[in-house]
Design a binder for this molecule. Structure first.
Ligand code: G6P
Length: 366
């Protein structure tokens, strides 16, 4: 009801603004890295496994894609990420030494539960879930778990569930690394500090809302949009495009920026807004040349740039500045303005933000 919404117009907006609290609650009590964060016996399992298979749907799948970058970079363990509805029906090559990780806000998504059971039927018995509902079927079915504390998520378009999943998955990458003897105490301390600072960092990003509203007014008049990201932020571009299509009904596609020249560049005209996720990471110079490819075709760039990335606005290049680059946890910050952009664009178009047409919060049938 209205009382629960407080100063917010929709649950989605409220849930976006709850993210500092949701992350803090999800990380509460985590003062050091240890496999037991995921349950008793996790150390033995983590030590033994030689690969990770992530299964999920929708936004949770994009959290999985982000986790692949983290786990491979930090723990040096190969990761496959599969859409649950595909995995359950294809002939794959099972690896009994793989850790099967499901990611689910609700813990009741039929395809993800079926994919988990399929993996188990193939002899993969090491199972772990990152889930927001402690009493769900998913948590009951998995041997190990990490419960995110996003709290009840009402908006169909997932927001705080996603960022809390990311926080939990980062802990998983660190815990796997530690079990394999690949996490120094110095790095552990540095990662913990960065994790604990996230609520403050997210609050700084939320303060960009007024600037994002002015972009949303432009977007509301468009029928197509392209989202670009690279590396760790490619899944964030995918999530930004998903948010926009789900609630504003604008057709949006995401591409890893280096792939532009292999197709999507043909779509770029001055009518095409191109949202660019531009963290100041090692790929920034490559990304800048991708941005020039867009400008050369008249595309309008809407860039979310880290303060230290030295990207400035010019003709056809609109820039909103985030705080300084946040290292490996940067995806958790960069998704927030994309959530706000989708929200305010939908608001300007007058769609039913919390209950978009044809979609359900939790898909418990196939
Ligand atoms: C539905 C929801 C999405 C969600 C997906 C997976 O499509 O609308 O927001 O990402 O299901 O749900 P889960 O509960 O398994 O994370």
């Amino acid at each position: 009801g209205a009382a629960e919404l407080g100063p917010y117009r929709h649950y989605m907006q409220k849930e976006i603004f709850e993210q500092p609290r949701a992350i803090a609650d999800t990380l509460e009590g985590v003062i050091s890295i240890m496999p037991e964060l995921f349950g008793d016996g996790a150390y033995k399992v983590f030590k033994q496994i030689d690969s990770v298979l992530i299964l999920a749907c929708g936004t949770s799948y994009y959290a999985g894609l982000t986790a692949k970058y983290w786990i491979e970079a930090i723990a040096k363990i190969p990761v496959n990420v599969e859409i649950a509805s595909e995995y359950r029906y294809r002939e794959s090559v099972p690896n009994p030494n793989s850790l099967v990780v499901t990611i689910s806000q609700s813990g009741e998504t039929a395809d993800t539960l079926a994919a988990l059971k399929h993996a188990r039927s193939l002899g993969m018995l090491h199972t772990l879930t990152v889930c927001n509902v402690a009493t769900s079927a998913m948590v009951r079915e998995c041997a190990l778990s990490y419960i995110t504390h996003a709290g009840v998520e009402v908006g169909v378009a997932s927001t705080k569930a996603f960022t809390t999943q990311l926080a939990a998955l980062f802990l998983l990458a660190l815990s796997l690394a530690q079990s394999k003897g690949r996490l120094s105490e110095t790095d552990e301390a540095e990662h913990i500090r960065a994790l604990r600072h996230l609520p403050v960092a997210i609050s700084a990003v939320l303060a960009l809302e007024p600037q994002i509203i002015s972009w949303a007014e432009e977007f509301a008049r468009k029928e197509n949009a392209l989202f670009l990201g690279r590396g760790l932020h490619y899944p964030i571009a995918l999530e930004g495009a998903l948010k926009l299509k789900e609630i504003s009904y604008i057709h949006a596609e995401a591409y890893p920026a280096g792939e532009l020249k292999h197709g999507p560049l043909a779509l770029v005209t001055k009518e095409m807004p191109v949202v660019t996720v531009a963290p100041n990471d090692t790929l920034i110079e490559k990304l800048k040349s991708n941005m020039q490819e867009v400008r050369a075709r008249g595309g309008e760039l809407y860039v979310f740039a880290d303060a230290d990335s030295r990207i400035t606005s010019s003709e056809g290049v609109h820039v909103i500045r985030l705080p300084e680059h946040y290292g490996q946890l940067s995806p958790i910050l960069h998704v927030v303005p994309l959530q706000l952009l989708a929200y305010h664009t939908a608001l300007a178009r007058g769609t039913d933000v919390d209950k978009p047409r044809n979609l359900a919060k939790s898909v418990t049938v196939e």
